[in-house]
Design a protein around this ligand. Sequence first.
Ligand code: CP
Length: 364
Amino acid sequence: MTSSRATRTDTESQGAGSRSSAHLLSIADLDREEIEELLRLTDTFVEVGRRPIPKVPALRGRTVVMLFFEDSTRTRLSFETAAKRLSADTMSFSVSSSSLNKGESVRDTIETIEAMGIDAVVVRHKSSGVPAQIARWTSASVINAGDGWHQHPTQALLDAYTARSHLGSLEGRRIAIVGDIKHSRVARSNIEIFTSLGAQVTLVAPRTLLPSSTNSWPVDVTQDLDSVLPTVDICYLLRMQQERMTEALVPSLREYTASYGLTSARADRMAESAIIMHPGPMNRGVEIASEVADRPSAVITEQVANGVAVRSAVLFALLSAARQSSNSSPDQLISHEELISPEEPASQAESLVPEETAHVRNSQ
Ligand code: CP
């Protein structure tokens, strides 16, 4: 990403702003080297997260807005945590208590938020393409936190990071993505990142939970989970997204589980070194047996933990690139090492005091 193909939009040329911003809208916008670069940067933020005070000054003075039009636990909280660890200010937007309910448009909402002075917008929406549309309306960096069935790029990055931390290189690794592929932005993003990193992906789903055509996708497709499981390095399970289904696509959840659920008996047939992944939220007892979700080979909470470091890396790459853009003055050009070095404590005693508390005390 850096100034990378995390899509760079010249908003000035579109009459919507005055500077060029970098966005992360889709994994398809990143080539392999850019993915590798973000995963290397994630290593740095995993190390930052292990420090006694996991906070760096990299984005001090920057403002990141969380614009979630659809429910989220993991993505929203980990972006907020990541922004705070980078010392950015955060603004949270609650759709249910916003003027959208009084008929204000999304565009007017964006322009209103932008008028307050923002640097990045993290957007989740139930409709595909909304983050890309917002990127045309704002001069801030836009990060897609999940749009409809389309893309969830930071989920793909954290999944690739987690998978590599267990398996090393993904080159030649076999990955089964199982379940509701049709409605899954995670499936679409992860197929792109896993194959970009050299893995072989097999989709396992009933025909009714597959898109109308997968011919252009670089994957194999099967309905036979039992024959695939012993061969895979990763079994990646997807949630049955009942909120996106407008018709009955499986006879019943019980029948779905009988053919496609990762039961204890099925998990026992996987290789000892193989891992089980799930983006969450899980339907325990549907796509994954509760006992299987709690096995050591299930790395689901690790995926969540790595989400903070991956999202820190993405915010850092997008916003520090913008900071060091051509309109930065020389004294704003800070080295990578300085940006991620620990906060300089004002005194030994204050270094243990949260930053906000120290500020209140200093101003008294
Ligand atoms: N995996 C994921 O996007 O989870 P949330 O919906 O809780 O953010």
